[in-house]
Design a protein around this ligand. Structure first.
Ligand code: NAD
Length: 265
């Protein structure tokens, strides 16, 4: 727990499942923060509402649940407005929402390329833009945390649109970190390896596919949502107060070229 986070307000995009849900839960239940819990599609409303209800049970509103499409500018504005209307401020913005799909690149439909880029890259831009505008206007030394991936660095055949979006998130984050550092605003990425969430649940349900992924992790296990949430809390807190423009790889060593593990090469 980081005492400086208590009472601060965060927006977490795509917070109805997986890593976003875990980050929102950590902020609410362990850090005592207020959180705008964003969900996108109606089928995900329940999980977001359940988390909010659990945290608002003692009569104080700590969580507000907001439907928004982060690939649209109105979506980002809606999340900012909800933070300001409910809590009066925003201090931390986590751009977590993301999607992936698999296609050989020569068969990748343009619409699919555009869809993935719209959520994973444009969504990070729009969320960051809304947060930065508020931070600049109010002189807030705010924090932005973007969920990239080991695939901001590691190529991933048949996921070219995903890797393009995550590589984009990395350099976008470094650029705005540099642009706003003089105002005390910090921007960092978390680059997860393989963490079991709905994004890969179908794949990991197949023991063979799971074993193949585990083979790519020098530490020999899939990561947990809690490990990513812990990284998000640290990056949001003053304990990382001199860290900006960095990608924190939380990946059990996946990005360390595991095929060289035994000194081959
Ligand atoms: P997930 O599918 O559980 O979560 C993604 C969330 O984004 C969902 O809640 C979904 O509703 C939301 N979302 C999708 N489109 C949206 C939109 N237009 N507007 C708002 N929200 C939208 O998957 P996850 O594993 O929790 O992924 C979270 C982030 O972490 C993603 O950016 C993903 O690329 C990244 N990541 C995950 C892993 C992993 O192994 N799980 C690894 C590397 C990176």
């Amino acid at each position: 727990m980081y005492p400086d986070l208590t009472g601060k307000t965060a927006v977490v995009t795509g917070a109805s499942s997986g890593l976003g849900h875990g980050i929102a839960q950590r902020f609410l239940q362990q850090e005592g923060m207020n959180v705008v819990v964003n969900y996108h599609s109606e089928k995900h409303r329940g999980a977001a509402q359940e988390l909010a209800d659990a945290c608002n049970a003692n009569g104080r509103t700590m969580a507000v649940v907001v439907q928004a499409d982060i690939s649209q500018e109105e979506g980002a504005q809606k999340l900012l407005d909800a933070a300001l209307d409910t809590f009066g401020t925003v201090d931390v913005w986590v751009n977590n929402a993301g999607i992936e799909s698999r296609y050989p690149t020569h068969e990748l439909p343009l619409e699919e390329w555009e869809k993935v880029l719209a959520v994973n890259l444009t969504g990070v831009f729009l969320g960051s833009k809304a947060a930065l505008a508020r931070f600049v206007d109010t002189g807030t030394k705010g924090v932005i945390v973007n969920l990239s991936s080991v695939h901001e660095k590691v190529p991933w055949p048949t996921f070219a649109h995903y890797t393009a979006s995550k590589g984009g998130v990395k350099l976008f984050s470094e650029t705005i970190a540099l642009e706003y550092a003089h105002l005390g605003i910090r921007v960092n990425c978390i680059a997860p390896g393989a963490i079991e969430t709905p994004i890969n649940a179908a794949k990991f349900a197949d023991p063979k596919a799971l074993a193949q992924t585990v083979k790519l992790v020098p530490m020999g296990t899939i990561g947990t949502v809690e490990q990513i949430a812990a990284a998000a809390a640290w990056l949001a807190s003053d304990q990382s107060g001199y860290v900006t423009g960095q990608s924190l790889f939380v990946d059990g060593g996946m990005s360390l070229y595991p095929s060289f593990e035994r000194g081959d090469g």
